[in-house]
Structure formats: C-alpha cells, structure tokens
Design a protein around this ligand. Sequence first.
Ligand SMILES: Cc1cn([C@@H]2O[C@H](COP(=O)(O)OP(=O)(O)OP(=O)(O)O)[C@@H](O)[C@H]2O)c(=O)[nH]c1=O
Length: 629
Amino acid sequence: MVLCPVIRKLVSKRVVLASASPRRQEILSSAGLRFEVVPSRFKETLDKTSFSAPYEYAMETAKQKALEVANRMNVKDFRPPDVVIGADTIVTVDGLILEKPADKQDAYNMLSRLNGKVHSVFTGVTIVHCSSKDNQLQTEVFKFYEETKVKFSDLSEELLWEYIHSGEPMDKAGGYGIQSLGGMLVEYVHGDFLNVVGFPLNHFCKKLVELYYPPPRDAIHHVKYDSVPSVETFEVLSDEEHGSSTQGNLTIKLEGDNAFSSGAPGSLGKNKIGQDVMGEPVEKCSGDMESLTKFPSTLVELLDGFKASKAMFVACKLKVFDLLKGKAHLKAKDVADHISASVCGTERLLDSCTALQLLKKTNQGYSNTELADKYLVSDSEYSLHGYIMHANDHVWPLFTHLESAVKEGTNQNHRAFGKNTQDLFQDSYYHSMETKLRFMNAMHSIMKLTARGVATAFDLSRFRSACDLGGCTGALAQVLIQEYPHLKVTVFDLPDVIENVSGFQPTGQDTSRITFTSGDFFKDNIPEADLYILSRVLHDWPDDKINALLSKISDLCTPGSGLLLSEMVLDDKKRNRSAWLQSLNMLVQTEGKERSSYEYRCLLEQHGFRNVEIVQTGSLLDIILCTKC
Ligand SMILES: Cc1cn([C@@H]2O[C@H](COP(=O)(O)OP(=O)(O)OP(=O)(O)O)[C@@H](O)[C@H]2O)c(=O)[nH]c1=O
C-alpha cells in the first residue's frame, strides 16, 4: 500500500538511493518507495570551516554524494537514473560537527561531549533529477535539511564505555543510534525522530509535494481541528493540479477522525476541478472550513509583510543589533539613549523585532537572537546589513511606485530619485560616493553569503582562468581561489567600482591570484579566460543587450570554455516566490527581469553554448553552467 500519493509519483521512475546507510534504506522502503541502492563513493572531507552553518555542510555533502552516483551511473549505463537521493546526517554540539567516530576513543570523546547536554542533529537531503543529452548528464538539484534537538541524560563513564563496547556507535553520526541501545541515553527529542535516525521522511514527502504537486501559494495554510494540532500537511493530494488532468484520481481517505487537509479557504478537500479528494461530501467540509478559517491568514501575512520588512530595516539602520551584540541585555531606555531616539518609539520597535524573532526579551531587557547576531550585526562575517540598507534606501522608494511601474512597464528611478537613467548603473547607483558605496556594500554582503554555493555548485577544477564580469568587490573571486587552488580570477567591473574595491578585501589572505580590471563589458575589450562568470548580471538587462554581451563572450570562448551564470530562476509553477518578487524588483529598478530555465537555455544555446546544466539551490541563487561548443 502506498499511503502517501506523492511517493506513488516516484513509482514510474528509476529511483536510486545514494546511501549505504541501512537506516535510510529501511525508512524509505517502509514508506513504500521502490529504489535501487548505489552507495556513494564521495569522501566526506569537505572543509567544514568554509560553510556558514552546519546544515550547509550537511546539504553540500548530501549533494556531492548524490551527484557522484548520478555521474557514475551515467558513465556506466550510458544513461542516468531518473532520480538520485543523497543524505548526510551530522551531530552538532558546542560549535563542533560530529560525524561517525573513527575508533572507540573517538566515540568516547563524542559521547562525553554530548553527555547531559542538548545537541542538534541535522540531516541534509538532496534530490537530483537526472536526464541525459548527448551522453552528458543534466541535473536539477533540490536540497533541504531538517534539524532535531536531542537531550542526553547525565551518564556515567561506566555506562558510556559499556555502550561503546556494544559496537553500536561506530557507524553512526555523533557515536550513537537513537533507534537502538542509544535510545537509553536520550532524555528527550524535539523534532522529527526519523531525522535523527538518518532520514527526515516527513520533510522529504513535503518536498516531493512541492516538486510534484505545487499548490497555488495561498492554498497551503494551517487547519485547526479540535483534536489535532495545527499542521501543514502533505497527505491530501490530487494529480489534477492546476486544471491539468494527469494520471487518474488519487483520492485518499485517512482513517479515523484525524483526517485533515489543506486547501484554499472554503475549499477543504476539494481539488481544482471540484472533486472531493477526501471522499467526504464537499458541502460538509466547506461549511466546517468557513467557520474555522474566518481569517484569511495568508492575506493578513501579506498585509503585514511591508511592516515587518520596514521594522527590520529601521532597526538595522539605527544599528540596534550592533548595539546589542555581545551584551547580555539592554533596557529600551538604554537603547533609546544610544540611538538618540524616543523611548516609546524605541520600545515599540524593539517589541516588534522581538515578535519577528530578531530579538529576545526578558525581564532584564532585550538581546539579539542568534539570527540577528549572525546576519544583522553590520560587521559580522556573513552580515546582510549592506543588502538591507540597499533595500531600505534604494528598493523601498522604488517600490512605492510599483503601480506606475506596472502601468508603464518601466523602472521608476525618475519618480523615486528624480533621475533619468540613460546609463543605468552610472545614473542610479554610482552618481555619488554614498550611493556607490551603499550599492557595493549591498552586492558584497549578498555575494559573501552566496559565493560558496555559486563556486561549488559545479566542479570547476578543469578551468585555469576565470573572468567574473560585473564581479564588483571580488567576494566570489575570493571563494573561487580558495576552492580551486589552480584558478586565477579576473574581476572585471566599471571603473567606478574598481577604484573602490580595496576596502572590501580580506586581511591576511593571499589574493595574488585575483586581478581587478576596469571596463564596461558592453563597450570595452573583455579579458580572456577559460571560464566566464555572470553572477546577478543578466537580470539587469533586456534581451537585446544580453544577446550583445553573450555574443561578445561567445566570440572570445574556445571549444570547452565555460560560462557560469547565477541568477534566480523562475519556475512555471510559481513556487519560487523570491524569484518572482525579484523579477518585479527588476521591473522597478532596472531594464531587466528574471528568466526561466527554458529562457536561459534558449539564450545560451543561441550563442553556441551547450550542456546547459542548472542547479537549483533552494536559496537565493540558482546556478547554470554551460560549455562552448
Ligand atoms: C544520530 C544517529 C545517526 N545514525 C546513522 O549515522 C549515519 C550518519 O552517517 P552518514 O555519513 O550520514 O551516512 P552513512 O551511514 O555513512 O551512509 P552514506 O549515505 O552512504 O554516506 C547514518 O547511517 C545514520 O543512519 C543512526 O543510525 N542513528 C542515530 O541516532
């Protein structure tokens, strides 16, 4: 029996689990999935210090495990399987990542660290959709992770050694198996138990729903029943999505009273074409639903969206998070004094930020959350402060003219800033030192956060030289030279930018393989390289300018040269909300737009690029690599 129809979606596909873990095999086969097991040969040796968070490491390892298997099978069988699933489980405690112990002493060290404490277990999962064109593997990569908190009891040395001698710890992350003897060590678990065991089945099913049955965004909401907690479900699904009939009726009726569903208000259990997918009378369900969902909470969230954004922007601008960094607590009055603001206004801002989970509040006062410390403090390693200031000072005013942008189909720089933008970058970003540095800061902060993902989405080690066109402060170049010891990178950008890059260079790092060259890629000669990179560049421009640029790059390329793009890729199903909103953003501020993978593929193939591969990261940027024929 296949309880969850989304698992049934995979029945007709050749699915491979790239894992030797017997636990993963058991969890997935118990869920009714049919798959082959091809353990990955990928060595789990990625540099942990190069990841901004432990789950990034787990997701990347999971991805590399899956891609290794996809590649190997493509070579061996001359065609890849349809889907490859990879996973990686890690335990984190005291800022350390624990994997499988090397020996008994190592297991003891791990278990002693966990003793009496709460730790996190992260499993990163990657689903790779594979196809093949001219024997070249084409992949679409989807990643996610799940975190579960586990508390160990206070355990005696004797018990720890007895457990270690049982042999159980050796093939398990953190040195324990919660599903077996190790369960005795555990006081409580917060979150998905199976995630600790090695595979977050629930999240996996939700991800499959997103991939195979994307609902219209406003159709997912939390439904409350007397005896059932509010949940986001993946149970009730129909293949008749978006009005297009696919393969038969997937009516599913859950047993007992706890059957629940998701759907647009007033349409519980009713699919797009009016069928009752729960097998219940539609009227009865709709009636119940209306009384239960008086409030269209999705709309309320949207109504509040701009208030939440602005509260965060203002708290950043007033450097509230900088002030609270490293301090145990501050009262509203102390914060107000420091930022020269009213006490009553400051208190409301701080309370709103607390409600938004950017701050914590106790009787002693306010303090930063981990999130704020990491991303909102202006000088933190992966700070988004620069990008947020750009959003506040540049994007926000433009969005107040969205209505005009929609009516006129053009950017609103003239209305928001009194600027005619003949030359987009010169006129809107670089017209004063202040706007120039603000824009550079914004690009630097967002690139620092995303650079590792861009640099490692594909193996670029075959290239010896790269040219990052519009590479701004060189944040991506920094990561590229760390990842690829033989790569030399030229950062090419407008003179206005290159004159000011020195303040953005890291101290104490060898940057001798990075060269900064100034010029305009539309007008001037572009440096020669094996690999050209356009990161968040094409979305600024209309097709005619893109064609001119791609043609110029293509002329410089020799067969085998690469072109790497990073952009937010639009999806037909409108799942990637950030990408669609970013396209609106491009309307109000540039001449460009975001594009779909099909549009990118066409543009690239038109200019002689082939083997177009796309990695959808599920975060801010998707990555496309292609090769000049
Ligand atoms: C915390 C915990 C972990 N595990 C196992 O730990 C291995 C993690 O290692 P991995 O590198 O993610 O996987 P692997 O076993 O090396 O397999 P592979 O996917 O081939 O790399 C997986 O087995 C998991 O079940 C348990 O069985 N129970 C637990 O409570």
